[in-house]
Design a protein around this ligand. Structure first.
Ligand code: MN
Length: 369
C-alpha cells in the first residue's frame, strides 16, 4: 500500500512537471501578455488605448516600476517623444486609480550600473553578443562608429543593464513595439531571433503576434506573424514548395470532399498507408468519419485546425500530433491565412472505410482565427 502511494505521488508529480513544462514553452504569463499592448500603443502613440492597456497591466500584477522600465526601454526604439507621452499616460492612469481607491505596488528600483571596475561599453558589448549570439561589427557599425558606440554602451549597457526588468520582458516589449512601427521589419526579425536566443519559444512568439492581432490591430498582428513565419521556415511560400516531403499533384481524387485546393502525395500504400496532405489557405476537408480504423495526423508545417463534432476546434502547428479514434466525426484543414501540411496515417483495420459528410460551413469556419 505504501509503495502504491509512493508510486501515485511520483506519477502526479511527473504529470505536474510535464504539464508545467508544456505551459512554460507555449504560453505567456498574464504579466508578459500585458506588456504587449502597452509596448505597442507606446510605440504607435495612441495614448487613450495605452491608458486602457496600462490599467490592464497593473490589474495583471505588473508593478509601477516594471511598467516604467518597459517605457524606459522603449525610448531607445520609439524615441523620447513617445516615451515621455507614455510616462505621462502612466502618471495620469496611476492618479485615476488612486482616486478610485486602488493601491498599486511600486516594485523595485533599478540597482546601480555599471558595477565598480566595469564600463557601460564593456558590459554592453558582452550583453549585445549574448543577445545576438555573436559579436556585432562591420557594415553600418564601421560606417557610423558613433552609432556602434551608443548601441553598445548606452542601449545594451545602460538600459539592458538595469536590473529591475528581465531580458525576456525587455524583448517582449521590443518585439511588440517594433511590430507597431511601419518599415522596421528587419529590426523586428532581429529581435524575434534575439528573443529565441534568450529562451522565448516560437510558441510564445506566436502568442505575442496573436495578442497584437487581438488587442491592438489585426494588420499589425498579421505583419508580425508573417515575419515570424519567415524566420521559422513556415512561411506560405516555404510550405507551397513542400515541407520535408514533396507536395505532389493537386488532390483531384478527393476534391469533391474538400473546400478549396489541396495536394496529396502517397508516401507508402502497403500495410500502413501514409499520405502527405497540403492545404492552401482556407482549404479544409468536409466533416468525415473513419470507420473501423482511425487516423493519426502528424503536422509538419503551417497553421491549421482540427475539430471533432461537438467540441471546439484545436489550432495546429508543426510538431502537433492528433490521434483520431475510429467512428468520430471530424474535419481538418488550413487556417484562413496560412498554408498547412500534415501526414495522414491510416490506422489499418479489417473493413476500414471513410464516410464523407457535409462541408464545414463558412459560419463555423469563419469564426476560427
Ligand atoms: Mn480525417
Amino acid at each position: 500500500m505504501k509503495s502504491m502511494m509512493k508510486y501515485l505521488v511520483v506519477l502526479c508529480l511527473f504529470s505536474f512537471i510535464s504539464e508545467g513544462f508544456a505551459m512554460e514553452s507555449e504560453t505567456l504569463s498574464a504579466k508578459q501578455t500585458a506588456i504587449v499592448p502597452i509596448a505597442s500603443f507606446t510605440a504607435s502613440g495612441d495614448v487613450q488605448k495605452l491608458k486602457q492597456a496600462l490599467n490592464e497591466g497593473l490589474d495583471a500584477g505588473l508593478t509601477i516600476n516594471e511598467i516604467k522600465e518597459v517605457l524606459v526601454q522603449l525610448y531607445a526604439y520609439a524615441g523620447f517623444p513617445r516615451c515621455l507621452n507614455a510616462l505621462g499616460a502612466l502618471t495620469e492612469t496611476l492618479e485615476a486609480r488612486r482616486n478610485n481607491g486602488i493601491t498599486d505596488e511600486a516594485g523595485r528600483e533599478a540597482g546601480p550600473f555599471p558595477p565598480a571596475g566595469r564600463t557601460s561599453l564593456e558590459l554592453g558589448a558582452e550583453t549585445q553578443t549574448a543577445l545576438v549570439g555573436a559579436p556585432v561589427r562591420g557594415g553600418l557599425m564601421d560606417f557610423a562608429p558613433a552609432v556602434d558606440q551608443f548601441l553598445k554602451a548606452h542601449l545594451f549597457g545602460d538600459i539592458f543593464g538595469r536590473d529591475n526588468l528581465d531580458w525576456q520582458s525587455r524583448e517582449i516589449a521590443t518585439v511588440s513595439a517594433l511590430a507597431s512601427i511601419p518599415g522596421v521589419e528587419s529590426q523586428l526579425r532581429s529581435h524575434m531571433n534575439i528573443s529565441m536566443n534568450i529562451g522565448i519559444t516560437p510558441g510564445q512568439l506566436r502568442k505575442i503576434t496573436a495578442t497584437l492581432g487581438d488587442k491592438v490591430d489585426a494588420d499589425i498582428g498579421h505583419t508580425a506573424r508573417t515575419v515570424l513565419d519567415s524566420i521559422l521556415g513556415t512561411s506560405n511560400s516555404d510550405i507551397a514548395d513542400g515541407v520535408i516531403f514533396p507536395r505532389g499533384p493537386e488532390n483531384a481524387e478527393y476534391a469533391q470532399y474538400f473546400v478549396g485546393t489541396s495536394y496529396l502525395t502517397m508516401l507508402t500504400t502497403t500495410d500502413v498507408p501514409i499520405g502527405n496532405v497540403t492545404f492552401e489557405p482556407g482549404c479544409r476537408n468536409n466533416w468525415h468519419i473513419h470507420h473501423k480504423g482511425g487516423q493519426i495526423l502528424l503536422v509538419t508545417g503551417g497553421r491549421g485546425w482540427y475539430q471533432e463534432e461537438g467540441k471546439p476546434a484545436q489550432e495546429l502547428h508543426a510538431g502537433d500530433v492528433v490521434n483520431i479514434p475510429a467512428g468520430v466525426k471530424h474535419w481538418h484543414g488550413a487556417a484562413e491565412d496560412s498554408w498547412f501540411v500534415h501526414l495522414a496515417v491510416s490506422v489499418p483495420a479489417e473493413g476500414a472505410s471513410t464516410e464523407w459528410c457535409e462541408p464545414v460551413s463558412d459560419a463555423v469556419y469563419s469564426t476560427l482565427k
